[in-house]
Unconditional design. Sequence first.
Length: 98
Amino acid sequence: MHVTLVHVRVRPESITDFVEACRLNHLGSVAEPGNRRFDILQDAADPTHFVLYEAYASAADAKAHKETAHYHTWRETVADMMAAPREGQPFSGLFPVV
């Protein structure tokens, strides 16, 4: 399984709009054929810090995600909301086995 943890720092005044943009991206992402999980996490200690947990069956599925209309809409919508560039960390998912 191909997993990416995407850390995003959002400007405080943009939190509500960022959450809504992520909700819409989440709905599109979980409908993708190779998607296994697409979680949006907000740091309990720092509400401007989010982590997107993206799990796909393969690297090709994760790459295909970045070609979807909902991903492009999300990327364009949140670009000005970020306090710093987002950072993705790739992982190999061991369990559960898909």
